[in-house]
Design a protein around this ligand. Structure first.
Ligand code: SF4
Length: 255
């Protein structure tokens, strides 16, 4: 294969890139489809998913989160009350970028459905994929800063994101995913196709089984080594950091 042929071959495997590039070029002032507008209205009104968010389950999106924190969340342990306004603003921006991609995808047609649940009650696990593509694959969107974007364009999707999409593939029995990264600083974006890797599927199965075992036996997962000395990013960003070290036995949480 010549270099041009191999680039074409790789592009052919990317379900979104060529179609979306063309759509963007032709739609600098987009008119969104009725399907996209209806979806946006439901999302902004908080109609979709509110019941599911109250459901007790381990979340596919927490693939690389500390297992102890995942169990705390599962049993409904109260989190720190204070709200960081900067973080809240970052979340809002991320949510609107998601909405932008989902509306564009629904309008162009490369996205069949947005915010698709993959709940498995038998595993006490679930999550919501950003969408399902016309190919039957899943969509995961990530906004990322310039440094992170440089990293993914050089080395591919971040490890945690590969685990996350494999959680979805395991729960929803899906064969491939497209992860789109958008650079928050420049507006550049890049699609990566991730095919199902059975070794990572097995790891996803084990992760959920272990979390369920902790709940069944009422034994909390161990405190992370850094957290034992109250250090590290995970500790600083953990909503349970005030209580984690004090809890020795299975906590009785009022729900
Ligand atoms: S403080 Fe650390 S060990 Fe405890 S739940 Fe949070 S991340 Fe996990």
């Amino acid at each position: 294969l010549s270099l041009k042929d191999s680039v074409r071959a790789v592009q052919a495997l990317l379900p979104i890139t060529v179609r979306h590039e063309k759509w963007l070029t032709e739609n600098s002032n987009p008119v969104y489809s009725d399907k996209a507008l209806k979806f946006a209205q439901q999302q902004l009104a908080g109609v979709t998913g509110s019941q599911r968010l109250r459901k007790k389950m381990f979340r596919a999106s927490s693939a690389t989160t500390c297992p102890r924190a995942q169990v705390f969340k599962y049993i409904g342990m109260p989190v720190r009350a204070e709200v960081d306004s900067k973080l809240s603003n970052i979340f809002a921006t991320g949510n609107f970028l998601h909405l932008k991609w989902q509306m564009q995808g629904l309008t162009e047609g490369w996205l069949e459905e947005a915010e698709v649940p993959v709940d498995r009650d038998d595993l006490n696990a679930g999550g919501t994929m950003d969408g399902i593509l016309y190919t039957g694959g899943g969509l995961e969107f990530k906004s990322i800063n310039d440094r992170g974007f440089g990293k993914v364009t050089s080395f591919g999707p971040l490890e945690g994101h590969l685990y996350q999409v494999h959680n979805y593939m395991y729960l929803g029995d899906i064969g491939h995913f497209s992860i789109i990264y958008e650079n928050k600083n420049t507006g550049e974006w890049r699609e990566f196709r991730v095919d199902r890797n059975e070794m990572l599927i097995k790891q996803a199965e084990i992760r959920f089984a272990e979390l369920n075992e902790h709940v069944d036996k009422k034994i909390l997962p161990k405190v992370l080594p850094d957290c034992r000395v109250e250090e590290g990013t995970q500790f600083r960003q953990c909503p349970y950091r005030d209580v984690c070290l004090k809890v020795k036995l299975w906590p009785q949480v009022k729900t």
